[in-house]
Ligand binder design. Sequence first.
Ligand code: SF4
Length: 359
Amino acid sequence: MLKNIYSKIFEVVEGCAALSVDDARAILDLDQLDTFELLAVAYKFRKQHFGKSVTLHILNNVQNGLCPEDCRYCAQSASSSAPIEEYPMKSDDEILAEAAQAYAAGAGRYCMVFSGTGPSDERIEHLTRLIREIKRRHTIEVCVSPGVINAVQARQLKDAGLDRLNHNLNTSEQYYRYICTSHTHADRLRTLEAAHSVGLAVCSGVIVGMGETFEDVYGMAKSLRDLGAESIPVNFLIPIPGIALKEAKGLTPEYCLRILCLFRFLNPKAEIRMAAGREMHLRELEPFGLLAANSLFLQGYLNAQGSSNAKTIQMIKDMGFSIKSDVPIDKLLEQADAPCTSHALKGIKELRPYKISGV
Ligand code: SF4
């Protein structure tokens, strides 16, 4: 079987064959195939669809914490005691200033993320105004992660010019009850289907390292293929002190690379992002993740810091890749901040750099 796996992968990518759970197990199992041979195959498809370019995304926690849901991986959940900075929605001025900063930092996409179950109709209207204004000011793609929405709300966002809607699947259908009890995998799928039903592109990601099996990882990659997700952030659990999941399970740098390969094989045309926790779990192998993934977050994650902009941009340059941005890579490097590799929680200065005191 192993002898034929590489030809099978090509057939899967061309849509002429289905990848079985046994094939997926072989791809993920460190004892079966060579990680770097798999990466070489993943790189062929990555290059075919995205060349050597990397898209940078910047997240903006426009509303942080105060969430009634009990997602066990999340520092903002009702079950978390992580000492994060909590606040309701930022002011429009603050959000627009941060969009300008993201554009200047080379981000191709600016993603506004809301904590909470889902938005009211008033919140959706407010968001449509913001989306229009950001698109009027900058040539940047705008994404929103609003929580659960229906098709009517999805239509309003699309009409305002939203480029993508983010709603992560997080884990497999079977494993979902172990990471959250306040809503279901089916609830999450409904939001993604609502977005697709109005023609909105969908970004939907996963988190690995939460105790899931090979089969669960395969299940996630396959669900996202079936959904036609255009963008897939692959997050590696950061066990922030205070969240219900105390440790990341089973993640080694090579295993993380294999997971990225599996997502590329099953979703060859999707923008695959080496997302939260890349620094912590891929360690010295992090640059090789770019052979399968074609996108990264800049400036850390929702509540955890990541590599400095300087380190991330230098890694891309050292790999011989380019950044999809109006700003040349050398200029981005020049203006990038000093290296920092801490995973400490973001403070109010990182979360709300443009907050006007008293507002
Ligand atoms: S992932 Fe979203 S819904 Fe779940 S606890 Fe965190 S903010 Fe709330």
